[in-house]
Design a protein around this ligand. Structure first.
Ligand code: HEC
Length: 143
């Protein structure tokens, strides 16, 4: 039994390290770059930019009571949904990914900052990282 248990631990560690998961705690620090314009967390309100709760799975440009640019509204109408992947793309260079956006932010250059801010924002969403992807079938029960 002990051998089996050890094997499970080792395989869990190996599986975990196979993903470049961001560090949400470090992402809180990166969020300081966003906080002049965005709020997230309990009671978050729209500021210069929309509040970012339940961002994963949100169709771009659809937070209630926020006046978006035509570009962001069009991007949402065109099918842009926020997920780990689309957030990475947008936050690398917002004005390249959504041409005409009124978000005045040059983008994050460090890959770690991108991974960490996305992990941080995900802690305020109930939807999974790949929110835009079709739902996966439920995992089979552990043996
Ligand atoms: C100078 C102000 C400013 C800063 C700094 C800023 N944003 Fe924004 N952000 C905005 C505005 C304004 C919009 C709305 C854009 C539009 O309508 O084109 C926006 C839109 C967004 C959206 C789209 C939300 C939606 O509802 O579709 C996301 C996601 C986002 N910002 C994330 C971030 C993150 C993460 C950071 C920090 C790395 C950041 N922003 C920094 C002003 C800012």
């Amino acid at each position: 039994m002990k051998v089996l248990a050890l094997g499970l631990v080792v395989s869990a560690l190996l599986t975990g390290s196979a993903f470049a998961q961001g560090d949400a705690a470090a992402g809180a620090n990166v969020f300081k770059k966003c906080a002049s314009c965005h709020a997230v967390g309990e009671g978050a309100k729209n500021k210069v930019g929309p509040e970012l709760n339940e961002l994963f799975g949100r169709v771009a440009g659809t937070a209630p009571d926020f006046k978006y640019s035509q570009a962001m509204t069009d991007a949402g109408a065109g099918g842009l949904v926020w997920s780990s992947e689309t957030l990475h793309q947008f936050l690398t260079k917002p004005k390249d990914f959504v041409k005409g956006t009124k978000m005045s932010f040059p983008g994050l250059k460090e890959q770690a900052d991108l991974d960490n801010i996305v992990a941080y924002l995900q802690t305020f969403s109930t939807a999974p990282a790949d929110a835009a992807a079709p739902a996966e079938p439920a995992a089979p029960a552990a043996q």
